[in-house]
Structure formats: C-alpha cells, structure tokens
Design a protein around this ligand. Structure first.
Ligand SMILES: [Zn+2]
Length: 500
C-alpha cells in the first residue's frame, strides 16, 4: 500500500474555490506545471515564494509514493511590459539598456535564478522548457485555434477571439473577473485598432523592423504572445488535461485565464484539473516595488547587502520563514520576523542533531508514551495532506522537538516507549524536516566566520586608503576578487561585498 492511499491529499482548487480531494488523472502519477520566471532580472522573494510553495507540493507527492512529472518553464520571449499586448518585450528592454544580446540577458538571469533555487534547496524540475525552444509548438497551437474558429489574423498578428469564447461562459471563472468591468478599464493601446473586441489578446505578434527576437511563421515574421507558451509546453509534456497548474496569485489574470481560453480554443476542453495559487508577500507591510526602494533580491538577503536589512539571512532562514505561513496566506517580511525565524529554525535543527545521536535503550518498562509518539507522526501527515499546511506541520515538529529535549534531559523517559514507536518517531522527524520540508543543514557558522573576516579586511582596506596606501588597498581588493569575492564601494564610503 502506498502512503497516498493512507493519507489522501486535499487541496484548494482556485477554479472552484473549494478544498477538493486530489484524484490524479492517471492513478499513481501526478503532472504539475508551474509558471517559472521571466528571466530579465535578479530573482527576488516573489520568485522564491512561488518556487518554494510548489517545491513542497512536488516533494510531498513524491514522499507519498506518487510518480511526479514536474515542469517549470523559463519565459525568455513574449512577456511584454504591463503584462499586456503592448510595450516592449521585458528581455529586449533589458538587453537594450545594458547593451547585451537578448540571449545573454536570458542566460545571465537563468543562471542566477537556478543558483538561488539551489541555495534555497528547491528541487530542480524534471523538465525546464523555454519559450524560445518551443516556437514551432506555439505556432502549431495558434494554427489549431485558428482552425477551430476562435482566433483571427490581422496584418501578420493573430488574436484570440474572446467575444466568441464568451459564449462558453468560461471566461472569468478562475479570476472572478467580469467582462463589463474589464471593458470599462480597457485603455486604448497600441494594436487596439486591429482587435475585433478590446479584450482579445495576441497569440502571435508581427515583429516591427527594430524587434530583434523574431521567427518566421505562416503569418510572417513575428514572436509569440506571452500566454501561448504555457499552453503549448504544458500540453506537450503533460497532455490535455493535466493534474495541477500552479503559479502566483498575480498570474490568475490575465495569464491563467487566457491559458484556459487557449485550451478550449485548441482542444475543446479545460486544460487543467486543479489550479493552485500561492499568495503574495509584503515587506514591512508594503508591497514590494522598485519605486518604493524596498525591492530586495535574494542574493541581497543572503549577504545582508541592502539598507533595509539589519543582517544577512541564510537561504534556509528564508525558506523556513516562508514555510511558517500557509502558501495561500499573505506573508510579511521584516527584520524582526526573520530574526525570530532564524532562532526557531535553529531550535528545530538542534533537536534533529540531538535525536540523530539518540539511541533507544532497547528495553521498556511500559509503553505509556507510544500513543503520543504515534499521534505526532499521524498529525504530520494529516497536516501536510490538508492542503500542504506547512505552518501546522512545523507546529507539530516543534512539539516533537520539546519531546526530544525531554528525552535528552531525562533518559529514563525513553523506557516508557517501545523501540518501534521511538524509531518511527525518529524517522518521521528527520524525513519531514529534510525531505518533505526541504530544510537542510547549513554551514551557518562558516558564513558568520566569512562575514566577520571580511569585515576585518574591509576595515583594513579603508584604513589603507585613508593613509593613501593604494598599493595595499588594491591588493586586498584584487586578492579577494581572485577568490570570487567582490568588494563594492558605496556612495557613503561604505564598502559591501558579494560573492561572484
Ligand atoms: Zn505561465
């Protein structure tokens, strides 16, 4: 018997807004598609929250014995500014500003995204398809939607015929948006005169002469719309329909609503069985935005190099902090909350070290505590199977941690348990922390040592510069650079460091 038979999973389906029992389309198998990053900037907390939320889903399904195929894409073309059919491609804009090839921008930020995910102990997806690698599939899909009569071509661009689709009554089902309200808020934007209905969206866009990222198509040279890539790649690797589509709540509209429309347009059915969305986060109560100066990327959290950060926070502290909240709840970051999370995580991992060294004496006077130990294990499964409630799961782990400390201070209590119950307790504690929640041990002490040592070197370098000993100050900088540590001179004379 597989664990998933014993502990069936219930999850909140954003489409029905109900908690539903998870029944995979193919027994024993789970297909998951998560909208990955648009790679035009450094990964930030929003990326981390989405990736960690669905890493938990992926990990727990695997732990329960399912065979999982987890697809997380990379958007490297087609995502325009304002998330609509107007403005510049986000990647092209970055390339223009930094005088790079668009594919250089893509590679740079794909690398930094993958590196941050590895630091956060997010398991890599089984398939990580890119939009530019699936242009043919996107063209084929667009042709299908045209054949079904749910799209039309104008001047080398192809638009989805939303007015026709409205007859299905499906539009707005996921996001709760009402067409009349949307129409009121529709601005007159570029390309609008080509659309038959203001809410029609692009499946394929004709490339203007200055647009570098372009491909031949039956409608002339152009590039795909943003939404079509996810429909094309999920259908290719997971089939239609597939089990679970995930993403941040901000993607419900228009992105996921359009994916549903495209699925109907191409295949005549809803492409997804369960939609799951993680909630957003704030920093000290404010929305995270470049304009508010509170935009902190992940490497800045890991090194503490940001004016709003009181210290560096390790990747596991960030991960643990996110798991303290349910993925459907909002989450507020602050130095106080992160410092508390750092301490709490330490308590948990200290207990793990204690437990790993603890052996059951092999004899028992009674089995008075066995039922308690069993019930902890039961609760771990019940909480995770209840819509992946990591917050409640952590609460149980802390109860277990208190019990471990009790065993440590009074070993005679171990005689009140059977070897079997103790072993089960021990394994569950270890497996839920490390495999299910993905909290790995960090060489935190090494990081503090490095941080402290670098502070000394930075002070020495400041002193050398003040004394106009530039040979020494340059040597410190260059030798550190050779080790992959880059010093950055700030405006106010402050010197920060970053790992290259
Ligand atoms: Zn997507």
């Amino acid at each position: 018997m597989q664990l998933y038979e014993k502990y069936p999973v219930y999850l909140t389906n954003s489409l029905t807004r109900n908690k539903e029992k998870f029944e995979p389309i193919t027994p024993g198998y789970v297909g998951i598609y998560l909208c990955g990053p648009t790679v035009y900037g450094d990964p930030h907390l929003g990326h981390a929250r989405s990736a960690i939320s669905f890493d938990i889903v992926n990990r727990y399904f695997r732990h329960l014995g399912y065979k999982v195929r987890y697809v997380r894409n990379i958007t490297d073309v087609g995502h325009l500014e304002n998330d609509a059919d107007e403005g510049e491609d986000k990647i092209l804009k970055k390339a223009r500003l930094e005088q790079l090839e668009p594919m250089q921008v893509v590679q740079l930020y794909t690398n930094s995204y993958r590196r941050a995910m590895e630091q956060l102990n997010v398991l890599p997806p089984d398939i990580e398809p890119t939009a530019t690698g699936h242009i043919i599939e996107q063209i084929e899909l667009t042709k299908k939607i045209l054949e079904q009569g749910l799209a039309y071509e104008v001047n080398g661009s192809v638009y989805f015929d939303l007015k026709k689709y409205l007859a299905t009554g499906k539009y707005g089902e996921l996001s709760g948006k009402v067409v009349e309200d949307l129409l009121v808020n529709t601005r007159d934007t570029e390309g609008m005169e080509e659309k038959r209905f203001p809410l029609d969206f692009a499946l394929w866009k004709k490339a203007q002469p200055q647009h570098i990222m372009r491909w031949p198509s039956p409608w002339g040279e152009g590039f795909p719309g943003w939404h079509i890539e996810c429909t094309a790649m999920s259908a290719k690797y997971l089939g239609v329909p597939f089990d679970i589509h995930g993403g941040g709540m901000d993607l419900q509209f228009p992105h996921h609503e359009c994916e549903i429309a495209q699925g109907f347009g191409a295949f005549g059915k809803s492409p997804v069985k369960y939609w799951m969305h993680n909630n957003m986060l704030t920093i000290s109560g404010q929305k995270m935005a470049k304009s508010l100066g509170n935009f902190i990327n992940l490497q800045q959290f890991f090194t503490g190099n940001h004016p709003l950060l009181a210290q560096a926070y390790s990747p596991m502290t960030i991960r643990f902090f996110m798991l303290q909240a349910h993925y459907r709840s909002t989450l507020d970051f602050s130095n106080e909350a992160l410092q508390a999370a750092e301490k709490a995580l330490k308590r948990l991992t200290n207990s793990l070290t204690t437990l790993q060294k603890m052996e059951h004496p092999g004899a028992n006077r009674s089995t008075e505590l066995d039922a308690t130990l069993h019930s902890y294990v039961e609760q771990l499964y019940q909480n995770m199977s209840d819509d992946f409630n990591t917050a409640k799961t952590l609460a149980v782990l802390f109860d277990m941690s208190a019990r471990i400390n009790e065993f440590k201070s009074d070993r005679t209590r171990l005689y009140e348990t059977s070897t079997e119950a103790f072993q089960q307790f021990k394994i569950a504690y270890e497996v839920f922390i490390q495999d299910v929640l993905g909290l790995k041990e960090e060489t935190g002490q090494d990081h503090q040592l490095l941080e402290g040592t670098l502070r000394i070197l930075i002070e020495l370098r400041k002193k050398a510069r003040a004394e106009r000993n530039f040979a020494l100050s340059d040597k410190i900088r260059d030798d550190l650079k050779a080790l992959g540590i880059q010093l950055m001179d700030g405006k106010d004379g402050e010197i920060n460091w970053t790992l290259e």
